[in-house]
Design a protein around this ligand. Sequence first.
Ligand SMILES: Nc1ncnc2c1ncn2[C@@H]1O[C@H](COP(=O)(O)OP(=O)(O)OP(=O)(O)O)[C@@H](O)[C@H]1O
Length: 353
Amino acid sequence: MSIAVEQLRKSFGSQQVLDSISESFAQGCISVLLGASGCGKTTTLRCIAGLERPTGGRIVIDECTVYQESPPVWVPPERRRVAMVFQSYAIWPHMTVFENVALPLVAAGMGKPAIKQAVLETLHMVGLDSYAGRSVTELSGGQQQRVALSRCIVSESPVILMDEPLSNLDARLRIAMRGEVRELQRRLKRTILFVTHDQEEAMSIADTVYLYHDGRVIQKGAPKDIYDNPASRYAAEFLGRANILSNYEWTEGPRGAAYRLAGGACLPAAPGGPPAQGAMLCIRPEKWRLVNPERAAIAGRIASTSFIGDRTEYWIDTAFGQIAAVELNAAVRRPGEAVGLEVAAHDIRIIGE
Ligand SMILES: Nc1ncnc2c1ncn2[C@@H]1O[C@H](COP(=O)(O)OP(=O)(O)OP(=O)(O)O)[C@@H](O)[C@H]1O
């Protein structure tokens, strides 16, 4: 089931939290709503689930309007066929794993043998079959979250809304669970809306990322596309590390177009004329090539080094300011070391404010 919101608005008192959002979330895909705390991600989910009444606009689930401002339409939450997983798991501590997962089927009036079969199949899918009879309080955080996921899966709701479902888990488990959510999705083909403020989590789990800022979606796209092509400074910085250069001059000489930076260093410019007034250059740290300083057009000096394991991150002093760079599997360069810098024209993005 696909989901669409049109001109969706929500205010709490005088505070406008959703500012006319119009987006569609594709059927059978994981759409991740990403953004800083308070930007309206959870409110979007709650409006879709029917837990919050919007101030205006329209919400369509599988071609059926579930909310509309005018003429008014309101389908109550229990008739929207969406399931929701929360950060806090929302499982019942006095019940066993089996009973927790069975809840939506019991509520739907399903017969006992069918419930048993459905619940055991689902627990098997998430690797909890041997825990069916345990009290949920005897489970780890990751296992409890799997119980919550199982309850969504078993309900056969075609839409699953997940609100920061992994944020209570420790770092290692979080990463493992990302893979599990993706794998479940691959098998079940449900439509999943997943809220997170964690950029890495969003990138690793999403088919499409919707980047929120102040109650609006400011950019959307496949993770690699929006990482490689941020449209604005905010998007570039929210989606990863970025060197943003605003102080440059566009020049054109016999050797092609270039951006001349403070201190005279030039970066190659793609053809197409000068960028618009106020546009900035954005270069991801991994796009710099660190080369022999004697042969490079741009001179730098390592300011600090951070060895991460599979890569080394550097701050490098240049005539046009300090830049971030990264090298994979290279010998670690020491602070004070001279280094040359190169970047290809196609690795420089032009972005707006
Ligand atoms: N019931 C409410 N009453 C008043 N204000 C609310 C209510 N629910 C949310 N808000 C406000 O709406 C804004 C958006 O909240 P929302 O929970 O959608 O943000 P979010 O992007 O999900 O952030 P977080 O990652 O912190 O959960 C916040 O400023 C929040 O304080």
